[in-house]
Design a protein around this ligand. Structure first.
Ligand code: AG3
Length: 285
């Protein structure tokens, strides 16, 4: 018998499905100027962060998402030194990026400081690299930040956003991608969290069209499991400033990586590049 029969459930209207967690108690809640952030303790998944009713992460399964948002792009780029993360206020992506010894500067720009304050308290392991001399944490509008970024100054831009509604809506359109393209050096890579590869293919197509219209060359969507997000299956999309594709990556470096991972390996990376036929047909990958 479990001590609790109280559940948090995210009903995802677009997919006609839900994901839920059994709770022990509510730990915190804050209404920031941008959104409502809730923190729960669960019986089996550690702590849970919810923003405006949407699951952001759990202690137990966030490594899947954070590793896949970072390592495929950083092991595809020949020598990533300068990285910007838009969103990502929980600092999990930042931690993974900083594991790469070649990275000299990693800027995280999230509009909502409260997300980071909550992560420091309830997901301290994700924030363990925040004091790294290479890290810079900004609490600012990511759209404006990318617009004002020096042209040709970045190797990788990672958009670790919420769904394309509310504050994150402007992170999925052509104007924003144009700013990203301008800020990247030739051969630079944009990574965008790109929702469920099963239920949100239409959204993914629109997003990729906006990237193409902005001038990005090669593109590739990598699916991965993510139990806490709608349908339990998620994806990131990589886009290149230039035509060089994503089929080859620094697989020897990935295999010999000087840090521990729990999901990402060179083989997992290779596997994620194998696009299932239905998705290949829909996206042209
Ligand atoms: N990632 C949030 C992805 C969107 C989840 N959508 C949902 N639950 N409806 C940002 C947090 C991880 N750093």
């Amino acid at each position: 018998m479990h001590m609790s029969d109280t559940w948090f459930r995210e009903d995802f209207e677009h997919t006609g499905s839900s994901i839920g967690f059994r709770l022990t108690r509510k730990l915190d809640q804050v209404q920031s100027p941008f959104q409502k952030i809730e923190i729960y303790e669960t019986t089996d998944w550690g702590n849970l962060m919810v923003i405006d009713g949407a699951v952001m992460l759990t202690t137990r399964d966030n490594f899947l998402y954070h590793e896949m948002m970072s390592h495929p792009a950083l092991f595809t780029h020949p020598a990533p030194e300068s990285v910007v993360i838009i969103g990502g206020g929980d600092c999990g992506t930042l931690r993974e990026v900083l594991r790469h010894p070649g990275v000299r500067r990693a800027v995280q720009c999230d509009i909502d400081e409260q997300v980071t304050r909550m992560a420091e308290k309830y997901f301290p392991e994700l924030c363990e690299s925040n004091g790294d001399a290479r890290a810079e944490l900004l609490f600012d509008d990511g759209i404006a930040y990318m617009k004002n970024c020096a042209a040709g100054s970045l190797d990788v831009v990672i958009v670790d956003s919420t769904d394309p509604v509310g504050p994150a809506e402007g992170l999925f359109n052509r104007a924003f991608y144009e700013s990203c393209l301008k800020a990247l050096k030739p051969g630079g890579i944009l990574v965008q969290q790109s929702e469920s590869p099963l239920a949100l293919v239409e959204l993914m197509k629109d997003m990729r069209q906006a990237m193409r219209d902005a001038g990005f060359g090669a593109m590739k969507t990598l699916p991965f499991p993510q139990p806490c997000y709608p349908t339990g299956w998620w994806s990131c999309t990589l886009a290149r400033k230039g035509e060089e594709g994503f089929d080859t990556f620094r697989s020897d470096d990935a295999a010999a990586r000087p840090f521990a991972t729990r999901y990402y390996t060179a083989d997992v990376h290779r596997g994620a590049l194998a696009t299932p036929p239905y998705l290949a047909e829909a996206l042209g990958d």
